[in-house]
Design a protein around this ligand. Structure first.
Ligand code: RIB
Length: 317
């Protein structure tokens, strides 16, 4: 039976440009063209979880404008339940300016707009309507008070909360250490722990530090180097599947969604992390945040083709 997941987070319209390099201050660089694409970390995670077979409810806020209408339509088409997506009467739909570089890496500036008008009361009202949930996923493209409310509700109702601490900005939700699972990348892990994460050894140190603060499952993501896991059984490393990366936008969102879905289905931490690693690798192989997000069947056949042996190990090098 499909698991039920609530994703609380931002919805954006992405303005995507592919460029050879980023402009320096005072410099003007040109690109071949611009594409509009559905995005926002919350929406991306919701779409990724739905493609992987979960029943998904998105809790979010967008603007009463053409972008908002377009994104709502897109989410519905992607099988995401939007009954808890509020339409703000005055703030514009969030947007992000995404520059994709030749190696697939990206640089993003977001103007969060209506996303920042989501309130803890909206969050409470939405959860009151969602009776059965197997997992909650939340990130930081919404007010931190809303993230706190989500973690509190998850704790009170005994629903596992996966907290993806991105985008990093000033301050942290007060209750972040009460999340069940956390999935920072290297710079986010450094912001949370003060440990500079530059390699597997320092990622391990940061993961141990986060686990020591009370978080049950920690993943420190290292892009093409895979990730480090830490839970009550200690540390493991998951190697990344090597792919030709075209656009890494949305790969972290795919990872978080896939991890949450497989954990909710009862998979072990190692199996869930390996599945998430495969899903994120596939998500890098096509342009756009959501265009490349895989279905369940695509992830399973990718893993069957590429194999699992040696992907998870206790060797931290
Ligand atoms: O994680 C990728 C997303 O970050 C983009 O879709 C963009 O909207 C920003 O929120």
């Amino acid at each position: 039976m499909a698991v039920e997941v609530a994703v609380v987070g931002n919805v954006n319209i992405d303005f995507v440009i592919r460029a050879k390099n980023l402009p320096q201050p005072g410099q003007n660089v040109t690109a071949d063209g611009m594409q509009l694409a559905p995005g926002g970390k919350g929406a991306n995670q919701a779409v990724a979880a739905a493609r992987l077979g979960a029943i998904v409810y998105l809790i979010s806020r967008l603007g009463k404008d053409p972008f908002g209408a377009l994104l709502l339509q897109h989410l519905k088409k992607a099988n995401v339940d939007t009954s808890c997506v509020a339409v703000d009467q005055s703030k514009p739909t969030g947007c992000a300016f995404v520059t994709v570089l030749p190696d697939g890496e990206n640089a993003i500036i977001s103007a969060l707009g209506a996303n920042m008008a989501l309130t803890p009361a909206d969050v409470e009202q939405a959860f009151a309507e969602l009776e059965h949930l197997d997992a909650i996923v939340v990130q930081m493209g919404i007010p931190l008070a809303c993230v706190d409310r989500v973690i509190q509700i998850g704790t009170d109702r005994d629903i596992p909360v996966l907290f993806d601490p991105t985008p990093m900005r000033e301050g942290l939700p007060r209750l972040w250490r009460y999340a069940t699972t956390i999935t920072p990348n290297a710079s986010e892990a450094e912001a949370l722990t003060g440990i500079k994460v530059t390699n597997i050894a320092s990622a391990f140190e940061a993961a141990e530090n986060l686990h020591g603060r009370g978080i049950k499952r920690v993943v420190v993501k290292l892009g093409a180097k895979g990730c480090v896991l830490f839970d009550e059984e200690g540390a493991r490393r998951v190697r990344a599947y090597q792919v030709q990366a075209v656009d890494t936008t949305g790969a972290g969102d795919t990872f978080a969604a896939a991890l949450a879905v497989r954990l909710a289905e009862g998979a072990s931490f190692d199996d869930a992390a390996l599945f998430a690693t495969a899903a994120a690798a596939i998500a890098c192989t096509k342009p756009g945040a959501e265009a490349a997000m895989p279905t369940r069947q695509q992830v399973e056949s990718f893993m069957a083709r590429r194999g699992k042996r040696g992907m998870v190990s206790s060797r931290l090098s």
